[in-house]
Design a protein around this ligand. Sequence first.
Ligand SMILES: C[S@@+](CC[C@H](N)C(=O)[O-])C[C@H]1O[C@@H](n2cnc3c(N)ncnc32)[C@H](O)[C@@H]1O
Length: 236
Amino acid sequence: MSDSDYFSIVESTHDVQNPISPAKLREVAEHLEIGAGDRVLDVGAGRGWWAAELAAMGAEVVGLENNEEFVRAARDRAAASGLTDRVRHVHGPALEFEPEPGGYAVATCLGASFALGGFRASMEWMVAALVEHGRFAIGDVHSVDGSSTEELPSLIELVHVAEEFDVEVTGLVSASLDDWDRYESGQWKNAHTWARRNPEHPDRERVLGDSRRFRNDYLTRERGSLGWSVLIGERR
Ligand SMILES: C[S@@+](CC[C@H](N)C(=O)[O-])C[C@H]1O[C@@H](n2cnc3c(N)ncnc32)[C@H](O)[C@@H]1O
């Protein structure tokens, strides 16, 4: 079973596949001042909740997503909301997509910077796709105590890296502990429900084992020490 298949199971009911709430992502959209006709590029679009939300505000959104099942769900969501003329979901690795340089009013990447080679590479890639004064939103993990390690940058470090690319960071929306608990709990429950419904599946024990291991890592090391925030800003 691939990572992609595992996440198709454990995030099968998540609208937002990150430790942040839909209400907080609407704050991000407000800060971005999404307007009618804005061309938006969303990297790692997942099951398409964010793309549909921005399209409902009048934007024309291209979502890039590697997981075929998520792409199908995202296209179904756009169709069910009557938004197919304003949302296009492209299946494949984000790096295979060649955005028109300076072609987008807004670029977003929520929890998928690894798809573009990490936070720094994502900023470079997104800023290159933006029009002058275009806006961006990038959501990623960071330490909560201000320290930075090799694995985990601090929030200010992320801001400094972002600002290497001729942008100004003007906004921050952060996940709370409740947001984290809701996101993680949704995964544990989905793994458990799937295992109950698929008693003979060859990957049943692996899915349950991985889910318990992730749950225990979260409870032992990550809960309270792992932050997740969206940095919002504008190209100078
Ligand atoms: C943490 S999820 C976030 C999904 C969505 N942005 C959201 O906030 O709900 C990361 C997403 O990136 C996708 N992804 C992973 N590698 C990718 C790649 N190379 N190209 C495009 N998408 C990728 C995953 O399948 C997953 O849907």
